[in-house]
Design a protein around this ligand. Structure first.
Ligand SMILES: NC(=O)c1ccc[n+]([C@@H]2O[C@H](COP(=O)([O-])OP(=O)(O)OC[C@H]3O[C@@H](n4cnc5c(N)ncnc54)[C@H](OP(=O)(O)O)[C@@H]3O)[C@@H](O)[C@H]2O)c1
Length: 294
């Protein structure tokens, strides 16, 4: 558990020079959600500081985010993603994807532009070339990848570095119920290359927000509930706090469509777990992993 005296201290998007609140917000459910609640959710997070607001062309929430930005850009740090669907993998297609995202968001540039997922048959340098063009055009301040493995990350970081551009982030599925980034080398690569690990599904799509009777999560959730009680906090705040304490490169982006959820999540930044609590959660979360065969 790293020492971090100020839990609200801004975190770096790698070496891009961009600093953000330690917690961002995910918007993949904003399109179908109650518009007034979403607007209020946006205002709530913006009041807290430079909050990273995460969207993607395939979430179809860019227009909703754009409406919020137009009403009040505040200190929003905008992040969106290019989906390399079949037939649209070239740098040229990436740039036209970026132009369309900018139009929906109503901005002339985004803070962070990601490639949403790798393609097993495609050399990551093709994406690298598109990301380089995104930065050189001034349409993206920084660039990242999502769902990339450690080797893919290293290769694209190396390619970007040849043009003097740092890889700012790798966005992966990471929570107390999904700790693969710790075992597949992604967290280590983020530390070594100084790249932000943006954690999506940090609340395991809501499973880490409440007590459960599911056998494999019951003991962990009981512990989170007990620790939450000791801090006058909630289970989700404990789950987010554990990720924040895990490593300063980690920036969780819990999704929320309701202002009271966003407010509660940001309140995780007001306190922190003791070392003993961190360790107990670590063990309980590890224990729920299935035993390895053989
Ligand atoms: N890169 C990728 O491939 C990828 C894939 C999936 C998602 N993402 C990103 O990651 C973000 C997060 O994922 P997610 O939203 O699906 O899952 P999540 O953050 O793990 O969980 C969100 C769920 O938890 C609820 N919630 C949030 N805060 C809460 C609180 N304080 N108390 C109780 N419930 C709370 C939300 O409810 P309400 O909606 O009712 O507020 C929502 O149902 C997405 O929005 C998206 O931006 C990226």
């Amino acid at each position: 558990m790293p020492s971090d005296s100020d839990t609200r201290a801004l975190r770096m998007l790698g070496r891009s020079g961009i600093r953000v609140l330690p917690l961002g917000i995910g918007t993949n459910k904003w399109r179908g959600a109650d518009r007034a609640a979403v607007t209020q959710t946006y205002r709530t997070v913006m009041a807290a500081g430079p909050c990273m607001i995460d969207t993607a062309e395939i979430y179809r929430s860019e227009r909703v985010v754009g409406e919020c930005l137009r009403a009040d850009p505040g200190a929003a740090i905008t992040a969106t993603k290019f989906a390399p669907l079949p037939g649209r993998t070239s740098p040229r297609r990436m740039m036209s994807g970026l132009d369309a995202s900018l139009a929906r968001l109503g901005v002339s540039s985004v803070d962070l532009y990601y490639v949403h997922f790798p393609l097993p048959w495609l050399d990551v340098r093709v994406f690298g070339d598109g990301l380089i063009e995104a930065v050189r055009s001034g349409k993206a301040r920084a660039v990242g990848v999502a769902n990339f493995g450690a080797d893919q990350m290293r290769r694209i970081a190396d390619h970007l570095a040849r043009s003097g551009i740092p890889l700012a982030a790798n966005q992966v599925n990471y929570s107390l119920l999904k700790r693969k980034p710790e075992s597949n080398g992604v967290l280590d690569a983020c530390r070594e290359l100084d790249v932000a690990l943006v954690a999506y599904f940090p609340l395991a799509s809501g499973r880490l927000t409440r007590q459960s009777d599911r056998d494999r999560t019951r003991a962990l959730l009981a512990l989170l509930t007990e620790i939450a009680g000791a801090h006058d906090a909630t289970v989700s705040q404990v789950a987010l706090n554990w990720l924040l304490a895990r490593d300063p490169h980690v920036i969780p982006i819990p999704g929320a469509t309701k202002p009271h959820h966003a407010k509660a999540n940001l309140a995780s930044l007001e306190w922190r777990l003791s070392e003993d609590e961190f360790d107990a959660i670590d063990r309980a979360s590890a224990d729920r992993r299935p035993a390895r065969a053989g």
